[in-house]
Design a protein around this ligand. Structure first.
Ligand code: ATP
Ligand code: MG
Length: 568
């Protein structure tokens, strides 16, 4: 491709709307352009990268025996009503009506449509197992679209759905996808981790996520330092601490704490650590508000809490008015002593003694609180996020925390959808059986952003070779004035292209500095510079995007090096 014919505009300025480096670089390098909130156009350069991701994903899915199809993006409400998700999905679902007033949504995922296909196409266990997949545009009306293509509203997903006669079959199909995903992310050259995950709105039993490790990741991942345990923090379990509670050392005392609204305020006033306090959060329940009690330095885990009996899902914090009516106090002065609402205590509160907490009276707190003396010893549950240093499950080692970007998610669904939609086949005894399903998603567009988060420097993107929009950038110096440079560059362009390499030939009449800056910004792995001086010495200047310095190679050496990169 000749740069002069590629129509690429790069930006020097960092666009104000972009918070993280991949979003900034994608805009600056001209990979994407924003249309509206969460909606992006993939420009020719970006689309080249996207197509490379898709190609790797398709190859590995096909290799794993999955069958590609393409379902409609628009889905009738009636299907979603059959599984109950029309009501459950909430505002994430973009709904609309046609000219006849019939309701539809733009698919955020395709379990209903594929199960409808399975109902119609699959009749006998002999047709199983089968795994259908597509690469397709999804729409989710995200509450906070951000980070460019990482959390957009319209995005491209590869989604696959497996159908088996029983759970053992489903497990085998799931393991195949686990292996295919591992191969995909390895081939793409990304550093990733597979973690246990929550199944969310999709439902089902087991699920695992594939995360690209990056500091800007929206998810926190807890992993063990002694074995291969790793989990999204949403589902990483905490346990009742070992050992015993210390004996009370202080008397219970109620003190005035005017102006104290947060645990931080309380700690400052009393000069204590947050781990010696207890905080009380009021959430909406199915039968009135519920109090959740945690150690002051711990964070509530919404995914765990919303599964508790009596707690409303999705987890919703009670508003000030509800809190006042339910407790007679304000949010900053709540505590477990004398609390009249239903209460859940987190495991980590079990062994506290001489702790401080709100007195359920506006502007007052208790200090020197002790279980079994001032309030009954609690039954405890797991409602907090793990923190670094917590014990790993299995009793060995401790947990560390890393940040990740979820790029893939695999689920064992069981018969949730097949039962709701009567997707049965005849088993070997001639009996109708609901099929056991799995579903498997990869965020194709998100991968591009995630790859940049992991591979960049101050000057721009550094594409892993399998994702690069071009393999080589060919930079002639002074080509518009030197016939020798023009001839040599044109000949190299033809020859490299012949090898099957994707070459970006920077034939623009601009300063070399501009060409170098653009080549670094857009992150092409190999750079070859042709200049009069080099030609006189029989040399070309070569530099890999990751190299500190360039080196001079003769023509043959340079061609061999690039030829090899084309093969590998
Ligand atoms: P998240 O937790 O990030 O909102 P999710 O768990 O809701 O994602 P899934 O239903 O598991 O997403 O979808 C499969 C894959 O689609 C995700 O692993 C992710 O890579 C991608 N994806 C989901 N939502 C978005 C989005 N808003 N923008 C871009 N990619 C997305
Ligand atoms: Mg997910």
């Amino acid at each position: 491709m000749r740069f002069s014919e590629f129509g690429l505009t790069t930006l020097k300025e960092v666009p104000a709307e972009a918070e993280i480096v991949s979003h900034k670089l994608m805009l600056r390098a001209g990979l994407i352009r924003r249309l509206a909130s969460g909606l992006f156009t993939w420009m020719p350069l970006g689309l080249r990268v996207l197509r490379k991701v898709e190609a790797v994903v398709r190859e590995e899915m096909n290799r794993a025996g999955a069958l590609e199809l393409l379902m409609p993006a628009v889905q009738p409400a009636e299907l979603w009503q059959r599984t109950g998700r029309w009501d459950q999905y909430g505002p994430l679902l973009l709904r609309m009506a046609d000219r006849h007033g019939r309701e539809y949504c733009v698919g955020p995922t395709h379990e209903e449509v594929i199960t409808d296909i399975a109902c119609k196409e699959l009749r006998s266990y002999k047709q199983l197992p089968v795994n259908y997949y597509q690469v397709q545009t999804k729409f989710r009306d995200e509450i906070r679209p951000r980070f460019g293509v990482m959390r957009s509203r319209e995005f491209i997903m590869k989604d696959a759905y497996s159908f088996d006669i029983d759970d053992a079959g489903m497990d085998a199909s799931y393991q195949k996808m686990h292996a295919a995903y591992t191969a995909i992310f390895e081939r793409l050259g990304l550093t990733f981790r597979v973690v246990l995950a929550d199944s969310g709105e999709i439902g089902g039993s087991k699920s695992q996520e594939f995360h690209v490790i990056a500091d800007s990741g929206e998810d926190a991942i807890a992993y063990s330092d002694t074995d291969d345990y790793a989990s999204n923090i949403e589902t990483a379990a905490t346990f009742l601490p070992e050992g015993d509670r210390s004996e009370p050392g202080r008397d219970l005392e109620k003190i005035a704490t005017p102006g104290v609204k947060t645990i931080e305020d309380l700690c400052k006033l009393l000069d204590i650590d947050a781990s010696q306090t207890i905080k009380t959060l009021i959430v909406e329940g199915t039968d009135g508000p519920v109090a959740l009690i945690l150690r002051g330095d711990h964070e509530l885990n919404a995914v765990k809490a919303q599964k508790l009996e009596g707690v409303a899902a999705p987890l919703t914090m009670a508003d000030d008015k509800t809190i006042r009516e339910a407790t007679g106090s304000t949010a900053g002065s709540l505590g477990p002593v004398g609390m009249t609402l239903p209460v859940y205590f987190d495991h980590a509160t079990a062994h506290l003694s001489d702790f401080s907490c709100g007195a359920n009276e506006h502007g007052f707190h208790y200090v020197g609180v002790n279980f079994e003396r001032d309030l009954p010893a609690p039954e405890t549950v797991d409602i907090r996020n793990v923190v670094a240093g917590d014990p790993a499950p299995g009793g060995k080692g401790t947990l560390s925390i890393a940040r990740g970007i979820e790029v893939g998610h695999i689920f064992q669904l069981g018969t949730k959808y097949s039962e709701a939609m009567d997707a049965t086949v005849q088993d070997s005894d001639g009996k109708d059986r609901a099929m056991a399903m799995g579903c498997y998603g990869i965020g194709i567009t998100r991968i591009v952003g995630a790859a940049i988060e992991q591979n960049h420097d101050d000057n721009g993107i550094i594409w892993p070779a399998p994702l690069a929009p071009f393999d080589v950038v060919l930079v002639p110096i002074n080509m518009h004035r030197s016939e020798a440079v023009r001839e040599a560059a044109e000949a190299l362009y033809a020859e490299l292209t012949e090898y099957g390499l994707d070459v970006l030939f920077d034939d623009r009449d601009v300063r070399p500095g501009v060409k170098f800056a653009d080549a670094e910004l857009i992150g092409i792995p190999h750079r070859l510079v042709v200049s009069d001086r080099g030609l006189e010495a029989g040399e070309l200047e070569y530099r890999h995007r990751r190299d500190e310095e360039s080196r001079n190679l003769n023509r043959e050496e340079a061609l061999n090096l690039l030829k090899e990169s084309a093969i590998s």
